[in-house]
Design a protein around this ligand. Structure first.
Ligand code: IPM
Ligand code: MN
Length: 354
C-alpha cells in the first residue's frame, strides 16, 4: 500500500482555477500509476472571497492549513482589488505564517525553440534559485515621514537575521549537494553597496561553506547575475539570494526557460507544510478562455509530489511535460499553444497513462 496525503487546494483568482484543474487531473493519474492516495480539500481564498466578505486569511485558516501535507496554489490577484491587499493578505501571509522560508525556483529549458536566447540548448539552462522567503525587504518594515508634504521621506528597510540567513544558506548547500549536478553554489548579492545586509550574508555564506568542502562556491553581484543569465546561463547550478533579488532574478529566469507558461515554484518549510504554485499570476485577460498554459501548474504539482517523497511520480510528470513541450506545443504562450488548456492537461495525462 502506498503513502497517503492530504492536499489543500487554493485555486485562487483569474486563470488559477483553470490551471489547477489540469494539475489535479495529472496528480490523479500519477496516483493511479504510482500507487499513492490522497484526498484534497478546496479553499476559496482570493479576490472573490475578499470582495464578498472583506476577509483575506484568518488565523483559523492558517491553523486549518497546518493539518495538510502540502498546499497547491493557483494564483492570487484580482483586477477589482487594489494591488497589495491580496498579495500581502493571502500569498505573503501564507508564506510568512507557515514559515515557508525557502522559495525554490528551478530554471530549466525543455525546448530550445522556446528560449529567447540565441544558441542555447536545454543543457545550457538548468539551474535552481534558492530565494530567502521570509525576511529582507518583504518584511514590510519602514515608515513615512512628513507624508504628503514636499519633505516627505519613505523608508523601506531590509531586515536580515543571522538565523534567517543561515537557515536559507544551509538549505541551499544541502540542496546543491543532493541535486548533485555541478555541485556549485553561487551567492547572489550586492556586497559593494548594501554593506550591512550583504556583509552578514557573505560572512554567513563563507562560514557555512567550510562545512561543505565538496561544493564549489562563487559570488556574483545581482546586477551582474542578470547579465550572466542572458550571456552564460550555463555557469549556474544553484544560486542563493535574498527575498527581493530572488523575486527579480526568477522572473528573468522564467523568461529564459521559455516563459511564465512553464515556470513553477515551491514555498518550502522543510519541517512543516510547503506550498507549490505556478509563478505566472492570475492573468485576468485570459481568464475563462481555456487558453492559458497549465504546464507551470503541472510542474508545480510535480514539485509537490517530489517534496512529498513521490520521486518516481515527479520524474514521470517531468518526462511527460518535456515530451509535450518538445513534440506538441507550438508555443508556451497563452492562446498560441495550438491546444487548449484542457487539451494540454490531457496530453500530459495521456503520456502518464501509457
Ligand atoms: C512571486 C510574486 C510575489 C512576490 C507577489 C505576487 C507578492 O511576484 O512569487 O514572485 O513578490 O513574491
Ligand atoms: Mn515575483
Amino acid at each position: 500500500m502506498g503513502k497517503s496525503f492530504k492536499i489543500a487546494v487554493i485555486p485562487g483568482d483569474g486563470t488559477g482555477p483553470e490551471v489547477i484543474r489540469e494539475g489535479l487531473k495529472v496528480i490523479a493519474a500519477a496516483a493511479r500509476k504510482f500507487n499513492f492516495s490522497y484526498e484534497h480539500t478546496v479553499f476559496d481564498f482570493g479576490g472573490e472571497r475578499y470582495l464578498k466578505t472583506g476577509k483575506t486569511l484568518e488565523e483559523a485558516d492558517i491553523k486549518e492549513l497546518k493539518k495538510y501535507s502540502a498546499i497547491y496554489l493557483g494564483a492570487i490577484g484580482h483586477p477589482d482589488v487594489k494591488p497589495g491587499i491580496l498579495e500581502t493578505g493571502v500569498l505573503l501571509n501564507l508564506r510568512f505564517s507557515l514559515d515557508q522560508y525557502i522559495n525554490l525556483r528551478p530554471i530549466k529549458l525543455y525546448n530550445a525553440a522556446f528560449c529567447p536566447l540565441k544558441d542555447k540548448e536545454p543543457g545550457d539552462i538548468d539551474f535552481v534559485v534558492v530565494r530567502e522567503n521570509s525576511e529582507g525587504l518583504y518584511k514590510g518594515m519602514g515608515e513615512f515621514k512628513d507624508k504628503g508634504t514636499k519633505n516627505e521621506v519613505a523608508i523601506q528597510l531590509s531586515y536580515n537575521t543571522r538565523k534567517g540567513v543561515e537557515r536559507c544558506i544551509r538549505y541551499a548547500f544541502e540542496y546543491c549537494r543532493k541535486r548533485n549536478k555541478r555541485r556549485k553554489l553561487t551567492l547572489c548579492g550586492k556586497t559593494n553597496v548594501l554593506t550591512y545586509a550583504w556583509d552578514l550574508w557573505q560572512r554567513t555564506f563563507n562560514e557555512v561553506a567550510r562545512e561543505y568542502p565538496d561544493i564549489t562556491t562563487d559570488y556574483a553581484h545581482v546586477d551582474a547575475t542578470t547579465m550572466w543569465f542572458v550571456k552564460n546561463p550555463e555557469w549556474f547550478d544553484v544560486i542563493v539570494t535574498d527575498n527581493m533579488f530572488g523575486d527579480i532574478i526568477t522572473d528573468l529566469g522564467a523568461m529564459i526557460q521559455g516563459g511564465m507558461g512553464i515556470a513553477a515554484g515551491g514555498n518550502i518549510n522543510p519541517q512543516s507544510v510547503s506550498m507549490f504554485e505556478p509563478i505566472g499570476g492570475s492573468a485576468p485577460k485570459y481568464t475563462g478562455k481555456n487558453v492559458i498554459n497549465p504546464l507551470a501548474a503541472i510542474c508545480a504539482a510535480g514539485m509537490m509530489l517530489e517534496a512529498l517523497g513521490e520521486i518516481d511520480a515527479a520524474s514521470a510528470i517531468e518526462a511527460a511535460v518535456i515530451k509535450v513541450v518538445s513534440k506538441k506545443l507550438k508555443s508556451l504562450a497563452a492562446g498560441k499553444m495550438g491546444y487548449t488548456t484542457q487539451e494540454v492537461g490531457d496530453l500530459v495525462v495521456g503520456l502518464l497513462n501509457k
